[in-house]
Design a protein around this ligand. Structure first.
Ligand code: FHN
Length: 463
């Protein structure tokens, strides 16, 4: 073991009520909103095919020109209650909002910066209004905070001189002040989502990453912090130099997921984040962004894969410059929500179905309770069918401790007949294609306790 002062702080995953609630939520909404939503990927007539929130950098915009966007942050279409209703209808149980992104613009009137909503025409506490609106809809709230800051004169990418060190120490004091300010202003915040922590300057300050995590947890007991904040004494990120997870959950899966059969990730809590458009988090008004726009079926498939591996999915929305949601995003949210209204039991309060092997045609999830069927006690496992086999036959391999009593489709509760191939393998007709995944509830009992004939059907041969 390498001796570390700023490595992982806990050997086990957290089991307190706040963490259990976060784990059970499984589906969250990410909101990237800031000044970048106004130019929306185009600067002085030139569209840059890169993330909209990077436009200040990618179009080489000066700090002064970028700051001038604040005058156009007029909130003409801003309706946070509508954002929150959309998220709730979609089935999201929490939201993570960009309090400050890389450009340094703050959605709250921070006492430590002059580049905030206070300098916009309305002067309103936009962040506070957003958080209140989501809580009113019953969603938990998390704050995104970029440590990387293109606006602040003391930000450094690397520490190459004493002057850099002195400046960056000042910067870290500024960040500490802002974060404690956020905790004081919005004490109902459930979690902090750190970003912009990959530069050498932050990696050389593992002590700060450790201390700010502890400070925030002192101010908001139970607060949940992502692994992306953390560096250890040697600059290792997410996982310390001994391989232990830092922070409360792993947040390295961005626009990608673990392989569907890779159960190793479920040894700790994790959350993946995903864009709706092609690689832009902020609103990007272009054909480029639209080319990669995901469909509701793709989102649901990602959600199913994530839950089956014990993770949460944080799905990003990028409101427009006037604060309104793009209709294409509300339409998608409603399509996902329609699916969740019927099939949400396979997502919320669910996790991996221990003992059930990856089936190839979709994913298994099981209730998070300690007496899940893997323990051999029987119960319901959900089969989320995302790829209907061309054979038209669904093969289900049961863990040897279990037998299948019934199969029902969540959409209508109809029972599906199945055939026993051998003691633990059943087949049934694959569900009809609907364009969205079908969820089947597999009702299991301990092997040997099922009613009816248990003998394999002699007319059906396993191939
Ligand atoms: O650079 C950011 C990006 O704009 C966005 O905020 C994502 C969300 O996970 N994080 C960074 C890239 O890793």
């Amino acid at each position: 073991m390498i001796p570390l002062t700023y490595g992982a702080t806990a050997a086990e995953r957290r089991q307190d009520p706040t963490m259990q609630a976060f784990r059970a939520d499984r589906f969250g909404q990410f909101v990237h909103w800031g000044l970048y939503a106004i130019p929306a990927g185009t600067w002085r007539g030139r569209t840059i095919e890169f993330a909209a929130e990077f436009l200040m950098q990618s179009a080489h915009v000066s700090r002064e020109d970028w700051a001038a966007l604040a005058a156009d942050f007029t909130l003409d279409g801003f309706d946070p209650a509508e954002w929150a209703r959309t998220a709730r209808r979609m089935g999201a149980r929490y939201v993570t909002v960009t309090a400050k992104h890389h450009d340094g613009f703050c959605l709250w009137p921070s006492a430590y910066s002059d580049f905030t909503v206070a300098a916009t025409p309305s002067g309103r506490d936009v962040l506070g209004e957003i958080l209140d609106a989501y809580r009113a809809e019953g969603l938990a709230t998390h704050l995104y905070y970029s440590v990387l800051d293109w606006h602040h004169p003391d930000w450094r990418y690397a520490i190459e001189s004493d002057d850099d060190r002195i400046a960056f120490d000042r910067y870290l004091d500024f960040a500490t002040n802002q974060l404690l300010e956020l905790a004081a202003r919005y004490p109902q915040t459930r979690g902090f989502w750190f970003d912009g922590t990959w530069d050498e300057s932050v990696k050389a300050n593992g002590r700060w990453t450790h201390e700010i995590e502890q400070l925030l947890k002192e101010r908001i007991p139970g607060a949940i912090v992502n692994s992306r904040l953390r560096a250890d004494d040697r600059g290792a990120r997410h996982f310390d130099s001994n391989g232990a997870l830092m922070g409360d959950y792993e947040s390295g899966y961005e626009r990608r997921l673990p392989a569907p059969w890779d159960r190793s990730v479920s040894v700790h809590d994790w959350e993946a984040c995903a864009t709706l458009t092609q690689a832009s988090w902020g609103f990007h008004d272009s054909a480029w962004a639209e080319r990669g726009r995901k469909t509701p079926a793709q989102i649901v498939e990602q959600l199913a894969q994530t839950v089956s591996l014990g993770g949460n999915l944080l799905l990003n929305f990028g409101p427009r410059g006037d604060g309104s949601l793009a209709p294409v995003e509300t339409t998608l949210a409603d399509a996902v929500g329609a699916w969740m209204a019927v099939n949400g039991a396979a997502v919320h309060d669910s996790g991996p179905a221990t003992g059930w092997d990856y089936p190839g045609w979709g994913f298994y999830t099981a209730p998070l309770q300690a007496d899940a069927p893997a323990a051999g006690s029987g119960g319901v496992v959900h089969a989320i069918v995302t790829r209907i086999p061309v054979s038209g036959i669904l093969t289900i391999a049961l863990p040897p401790v279990l037998a299948l009593r019934a199969v029902r489709a969540l959409v209508d509760g109809a029972e599906a007949p199945f055939t026993l191939l051998d003691a633990h393998t059943v087949q049934l007709p694959a569900p009809a294609a609907t364009g969205m995944p079908t969820v089947l509830a597999l009702e299991t009992v301990p092997a040997g306790q099922e009613s009816g004939p248990r003998e394999p059907n002699p007319d059906v041969a396993l191939v």
